[in-house]
Design a binder for this molecule. Structure first.
Ligand SMILES: Nc1ncnc2c1ncn2[C@@H]1O[C@H](COP(=O)(O)OP(=O)(O)O)[C@@H](O)[C@H]1O
Ligand SMILES: [Mg+2]
Length: 332
């Protein structure tokens, strides 16, 4: 097995009129070729900013400081020029966002938009690119691709539009696909279809995937590894089964307890972790989740616990100063 992505000690802070916002605070992880890493956490956890910063996708007007190292295929993305980065994006790394309507151009046909990406990165004639565009629409499960290729984004349903975005993202056979809340705006049935589609494409193309979501439940069917983020930090990471069956961090347990479950009672379905995420313009010195954790110790408030290996659980790391009792569904 070989490593595709190796992020170490990535930090991102924004300079705003109110001072610094510490959005990402020392995030490290690796991703192997062909594997899927799920990244989960509530809104504001730093899930989006960490990869946008790594790929040079933060808006140019935003003042920020980025430090750390992001090795992709052996190259540190943080040291590349804008031009080198934009070559890598779209060719080696595809990204799918929550809202395909804002990523697609409303006045161009989807075929034209696919052709443009293909011809930018590959030596194809217009006719070859058109043929490939039709193949790609077919590959992502869009019926009648010959007809659909000539249509505009508004002529597609939400789910079909997301498939178009996926077709664009995978058009140059990227090594890595990043799906950031890619199914959040879709209804449950369509969401499941998109999850299946990306899992199949990942297997077919031996493509690594980073699947970002606020909904831990989605990751059960797709991720090899799950990483839990909060306050711009990694709270826990491990094989998907370890995270669901043996969560060792109080925040992970809170997220698990808020996963909607169809066959359980309504009360459980409505569970939300009490309190709200930290204000990252005044980042906590200790564990960012301590103020919302009734079991937090003095040390949790005073000092951020480093990630450490979980005994007897290979590949599983947790940031916690104290040992939680064995996990039973619904327990803290
Ligand atoms: N341009 C910006 N200026 C200041 N703060 C920002 C900016 N963009 C994002 N943030 C802050 O960075 C933190 C992480 O955001 P984000 O990565 O988007 O969270 P997530 O994707 O986990 O919901 C949040 O506190 C957010 O408010
Ligand atoms: Mg986000």
């Amino acid at each position: 097995m070989s490593t595709l992505l190796d992020i170490s000690d990535l930090t991102v802070r924004f300079e705003t009129r109110r001072g610094f916002v510490h959005a990402v605070n020392g995030v490290s992880y690796t991703l192997e070729k062909g594997k899927t890493l799920g990244i989960v956490g509530e809104s504001g956890s730093g899930k989006s900013v960490h990869f946008l910063a790594a790929l040079g996708l933060l808006p140019p007007t935003v003042k920020r400081e980025i430090t750390g190292r992001v090795l992709f295929d052996g190259k540190d993305l943080l040291t590349l020029s804008d031009e080198e980065l934009s070559d890598i994006r779209g060719r080696d790394i595809g990204v799918v966002f929550q809202d395909p309507m804002s990523a697609l151009n409303p006045v161009l046909t989807v075929g034209r938009q696919l052709r443009e990406v293909l011809m930018r990165h590959q030596p194809l004639s217009k006719a070859q690119a058109e043929a490939r565009a039709i193949e790609l629409l077919d590959l992502v499960g869009i019926p009648e691709p010959q007809r659909r290729v000539r249509q505009y984004p508004h002529q597609f349903s939400g789910g079909m539009r997301q498939r178009v975005m996926i077709a664009i993202a995978i058009s140059c056979q990227p090594k890595l696909l990043i799906a950031d809340e890619a199914t959040t705006a879709l209804d449950v049935t369509v969401q499941a279809q998109i999850v299946d589609l990306i899992r199949d494409l990942s297997a077919k193309m031996d493509m690594s995937v980073i699947w970002i979501t606020h909904d831990l439940g989605v990751l059960a069917g797709i991720a090899d590894q799950v990483q839990v983020m909060y306050g711009g930090r990694v709270m826990e990471r491990g094989p998907v089964d370890a995270i669901f069956d043996n969560p060792r961090n109080a925040y992970t347990r809170g997220l698990l307890n808020s996963v909607p479950s169809l066959d359980e009672n309504a009360e459980k379905r409505l569970y939300q972790i009490p309190g709200s995420p930290p204000d990252l313009s005044k980042p906590p010195v200790g564990d960012p989740f301590a103020p919302r954790n009734p079991d937090a110790t003095e040390r949790c408030f005073a000092e951020m616990p480093p990630l450490r290996a979980v005994e007897g659980s290979p590949g599983h790391v947790v940031a916690a100063w104290y040992e939680l009792p064995p996990y039973a569904e619904g327990s803290r």
